[in-house]
Ligand binder design. Structure first.
Ligand code: BGC
Length: 368
């Protein structure tokens, strides 16, 4: 080999050494140590989580990769497989579909990766190590209680909506709402207007999962704004003017609440409506300030992010993360850390969301 070539080879070796040296600064491997998989970019809720993860990780040495599944369990599995190829040690995953995600969790487990279920529980598998979540039954109870507190007299028309049956949380939210609403349906305060299944079960204080499933099948929004709108439209078409007037609407989250509120607001037989939500999405905070959505349940995503990153770092440090309880996923009791929620309406929107530094006042109009 002549001098020129050996010099070139030396240079290439040096570059390679420098490159490997540099990428190992972020840990033992060249790839991310923590992989995060979120359900979809199409809902502001999950973009909010991505932003909060990025904020929480700014200035730390840990290398993290965040991927979105775009409402597809197949994409979710591919995302997990690609993160496994890159050598992650901890997977933080919010499943699109709790049952279907068992395959992704099992793939991770096979590689010795610790699996943290984020916000939504992965069900039907023992491959989940931890669960970080909000108190989802309390979310539903807060929604139900809000409707009860705004109602007076009897025979108030009640319209029920729910989340996707593939999401375990949808059951927990509905269970919470039913805990509070059912006695007020049984005593005649409310009359259900849009679900034969719910009417058939209205005397039952505690529903089985199967019974809830029947109601959910009828009133699900699938967490989809368009499906929510279409359902609300067909419900309003199916009933007469006497079933409208001053109405009460259980909407499962902010995205669907905005669609449903817009639909009810444009029906001339609806004189007023009270509607619930959750997530404190910016668009819904503006709706609340403007009086178009009645309330939201604020789930401070910063806490969930801090808890899940804290768990991941504990695992990377060889410690066992602290938990506060457990959730059964059908196969095992998954050790869980739970965060409380806060009810927000026009009265406390500023103190809960602006004064706490969650949002900037300049992001909204009409805020006093
Ligand atoms: C989450 C909610 C969210 C909904 C739709 C639920 O699992 O807990 O915050 O609004 O999914 O994405």
């Amino acid at each position: 080999m002549n001098k020129k070539w050996s010099a070139l080879l030396m240079t290439m070796v040096m570059i390679l050494v420098a490159f490997v040296g540099c990428s190992s600064e972020n840990g033992d491997s060249a790839g991310p140590e923590i992989g995060i998989v979120l359900p979809t970019r199409d809902e502001p809720r999950w973009v909010q989580d991505e932003t909060r993860f990025k904020e929480a990780l700014e200035g730390t040495d840990y290398s993290v990769e965040i991927l979105f599944s775009q409402g597809s369990s197949a994409t979710e599995l591919q995302n997990v497989e690609s993160l496994l190829t890159k050598g992650i040690e901890v997977l933080i995953i919010c499943p699109h579909d709790g049952d279907a995600a068992a395959a992704a969790a099992e793939a991770a487990k096979k590689e010795g990766v610790t699996v943290i279920s984020y916000d939504r529980l992965i069900t039907g598998t023992d491959a989940v190590d931890y669960y970080v979540t909000f108190d989802s039954v309390a979310v539903g109870e807060a929604q139900g209680q809000y409707l009860v507190d705004q109602a007076s007299g009897t025979e108030n028309p009640l319209y029920l909506y729910a989340g996707a049956a593939s999401d375990n949380n949808a059951f927990l939210f509905f269970e919470g709402a039913w805990n509070v609403l059912q006695p007020k349906i049984a005593d005649g305060t409310f009359v259900i207007k849009n679900s034969e299944e719910a009417i058939a079960l209205q005397e039952k204080a505690v529903l089985t999962r199967e019974e809830m499933g029947k109601i959910l099948n009828q009133v699900t929004t699938n967490w989809d704004f368009n499906e929510a709108k279409n359902k609300a439209e067909s419900h309003l078409t199916a009933v007469g003017a006497a079933d409208k007037g001053d109405v009460f609407i259980l909407a499962p989250n902010d995205g669907t609440a905005r669609s449903i509120a817009d639909t009810f607001a444009s029906d001339s037989d609806v004189s007023s409506y009270v509607i619930t939500g959750q997530d404190a999405e910016k668009a819904s905070i503006q709706y609340i300030i403007d009086g178009i959505q009645s309330m939201t349940v604020f789930k401070d995503v910063r806490s969930l992010v801090t808890d899940s990153i804290g768990m991941a770092l504990a695992v990377l440090d060889g410690q066992s993360p602290s938990t506060t309880g457990s959730y059964n996923n059908g196969v095992k009791d998954v050790a869980a850390k739970q965060t409380e929620v806060i009810v927000v309406n026009q009265g406390n929107v500023k103190s809960a969301l602006i004064d706490s530094g969650y949002y900037e006042a300049s992001e909204f109009t009409g805020l006093e």
